[in-house]
Design a protein around this ligand. Sequence first.
Ligand code: ATP
Ligand code: MG
Length: 490
Amino acid sequence: MATTLPNWLKQRAFLTPDREAIRFEKESYTFGQLYEAAKKYAHYFASIGLQKGDFAAVLLKNKPTTIFIIHAFQQLGVPTVLLNHRLTAQELNFQLKDSHAKLLVCDDEFDSLSLQLPNDCQKVLLHQIDLTSTSSFRSEYDLDEICTIMYTSGTTGNPKGVKQSYGNHWWSAMGSSLNLGLYEQDIWLCAVPLFHISGYSILMRSVIYGMTVHLFEHFNEQKINELLVKGEGTIISVVSTMLQRLLHDQTEPYHSRFRCMLLGGGPAPKPLLEQCRDKGIPVFQTYGMTETASQIVTLPPEYSLEKLGSAGKPLFPVQIMIMEGEAILSPHKAGEIIVKGPNVTSGYLHREDANRESFKDGWFHTGDIGYLDEEGFLFVLDRRSDLIISGGENVYPAEIEATLLSHPQVEEAGVIGVKDEKWGEVPVAFLVAKQRAEKEELSHFCRERLAKFKTPKEFIYVEELPRNASKKLLRRELRAIFLKGERNEH
Ligand code: ATP
Ligand code: MG
C-alpha cells in the first residue's frame, strides 16, 4: 500500500494559518492566504479541463503567482513540468513534446515566445486566468505519485526529464532539516530559479516546516547583503558566482542570526572557500542534482577548514558508495559516485535506455567521479564523461581549470582531452583572458602546480566559453570547436 501524507499545504494552512509563508518585494502572504490562492488557481485549471494525471508545464518567473500555481497543480494531482525560461524555443519545444504536457502556463511577457511553442498543448497566459471561484480538492498526497518533472541542465547530453515524486521532495526536506536544523526564526532567501530543484525545494521546505521564504525575481547582491547584515534572512541557497558577487559587495559583517550559506550546483573554487573562512561566513558546501531532489551530501562549517574542498557527508536518509565496474572502492580511490535514498528519483521520463544505465539494484549511478576519505567525506572530482586518460593516468579537467583560474590574467577556463598518438589523450585548455598571458607563461604556471601529464598541451584563447542555460560549461561543445579547428588546419 502506498504511503500517504495529509495534503501539505492544507495541513500547514490548518496548523499555522497566520504564519508568514512568502515575502516578495512589498508583498507578504500567510500560509492561509497561500492555500486560498492555490485553491482558486486550481479551480480555474480544473474548469478548463485539466484533470488528475495530466501533465502541465509552466514558463514562469520567480514571483508569488508562480508559487500559487505550483501549489495549485499539487492540489489537482497534476505533475508540473518546470521549464527554464532561459532556454530557446527549440529547447522548450523538445521538453514540452517529451513530457506530453497538456497545458502550458506562461508569464504574460513570454507571449511571443509561446507562439513558437507546439500547438497541441493548450496555452494560458497569466492575465487570462479567472480567479473568481474556488473549490477544495484532495486531502492527501501519495508519496509515490509524480509531483514534478524537472529536466537536467543538459551539461553532458540532451536534458533528461527527472520524475520527482512527493516522497522525493518530502525526504529531501527531511534530510535537509535533520542536517541543518530548524529554528522558529528561519527565513530562507530564494534568489535561485523556482524551475530548478534548488528553488523548488525551498518551497517544499517552507510548507513542510512552516518557514518563511523571501523570494527574489533577480539576484541582487546589494539587496541580499543588506538583509544578511540586518539578520532578515537566516539561510540562503547560492551557486559560486552568486557567492563571489556577495563577497565582492560586502562591507559589513553578516548578522549572527544568518546561519547558513548553502553553496551548491557545481564545484566550489578553493580561493572562494578560503575567503569565506577568513570572513567567518558559515558556508555549507553541498553536492546534489536534479535526480536527488536537491542536496544529498553537505559539509557543515565546522569541517570547512579541515576538509576544505570536500562536499561533505551524506544526509541522514542517504547512503553513498564509490564504484568502478562491479567493485566497491576503498577510501581515497576515485570512481563513480553512486547514491541511494528516498529522495532519489525512480527514473527518467520516457528514457528506458538511460534508466537501464543509471539505476542498478536500487542505487543511482550519478555519472560523477569522486572519492571518499577514511572518515567518509566525499570529494567530487569531475564528470565521468569528461575524464581524460593520458598515458594511463586519470586527469580531471576540473582540477586543471581550477589551477588556471588561480592565474591572475585568466577570467574563465575550460579543459578537454584530445586524441594524441603517444599518450592516447592530452589536455587542451580554452581560456577567456582578463589580459592575455603568453602561452609559455601559462604552461610554466601549470607545471609549477600540476604534474607534467596534467599540464595542457595547448592553450586556446576564445571570446567566451560555451555554456548552457544554467551557465554550466559545455565541454562537449569545446570538443566540437577543437575538432573543427583541426579540420580547418588540414
Ligand atoms: P545533465 O545531467 O543533463 O548533464 P547536469 O548534471 O549539469 O546536466 P544538474 O542536475 O543541474 O544537471 O546538475 C547536477 C550536477 O552538478 C552533478 O551531477 C555534478 O556534476 C554537479 N555538481 C553539483 N554539486 C557539485 C559539487 N559540490 N561539486 C562538484 N560538482 C557538483
Ligand atoms: Mg546530471
